[in-house]
Design a protein around this ligand. Sequence first.
Ligand code: IPM
Ligand code: MG
Length: 357
Amino acid sequence: MKKHIVVIAGDGIGQEVTAVGKQVLDAIATKYNHEFTYDTALIGHAAIEETGNPLPEETITKSKASDAILFGAVGHPKYDNDPSAKVRPEQGLLGIRKALGLYANLRPIKLFDELLSASSIKPEILRGADILFFRELTGDVYFGERGRTDDNNTAYDTMIYSRYEVERITVKAFEAAMTRRKKLCSVDKANVLESSRLWREVVQEIAPRYPEVTVEHQFVDAAAMLLIKDPCRFDVVVTGNLFGDILTDEASQIAGSMGMLASASVGDTTGLYEPIHGSAHDITGKGVANPLASVLSVALMLDISFGMKEEAEAVVQAVDAVLKAGFRTGDIAELSTPRDMILGTQAMGEQVLKALL
Ligand code: IPM
Ligand code: MG
């Protein structure tokens, strides 16, 4: 198959981990006789530096014309302590999600057995955990009206959802539940928020279409607690943009590290595949970032955007084999890990490539 991929590496470790992701794509192309062509595009701080705009028009045009996007990360510490900055790297990521209509963010949380003791959660609680989050990605307080009062003493962000937005992500989540353990948990804050009451109403309306799926509703505070207390109770979780952002970072601990979690953002057009971790400027340029989230994002791309199930499975198996062989990056290493088994970004990538051959 011929596929055209736009690589948007972005900021910080985005550059380093995406380079490994691309090598994996190349290895798959060779092994399975596909032809992958690439283009690159700017976003985030890197784009601001070069063009003054965190999301240049050209990035959108190239993305729309591609079959899939391999994304790195956005962010820069310079903005984190400057709340007054009007132009920010994150606007690039939020903008591209909106521009491409990528309303569904799939975040699979699955623990590789080898990492059972790398997590801060007890192994007996974790064993068997396998959750698929559907985080709504183009609505909520992220995109609602925001501002300040004239006297600058009050600020507001509006949490807003429309029926169609809840419907389309809910349907995707139910469809996924049907292919899994047929359990769906919808997370909201319907005891307080009107937008959550609409959310719950819509999920309840759609539920009868999927009589085989067991549905539960949890308030976000309780869901946060249950994720750590009993992660195995969850199968598919569907939630809004903000709650999903927070809960999936929390849930990354179930998989051992943020460095392991991949995500797929899909919707009306080209899918975008990215690690859930950020730009991590504290380790940027040191060559120690875990590239496995980017590698696993490639697996999601092969599966979801290209329908290459076998190829996707081969990538996941390669990651599994590398972990089984004992190789670790710093974030997933344990006290008992021999020092020579703790690899940098590129060396970890090479092990994955070897395992793929
Ligand atoms: C994520 C990130 C982004 C978000 C930031 C970088 C804007 O945290 O993809 O989870 O909040 O969506
Ligand atoms: Mg986040």
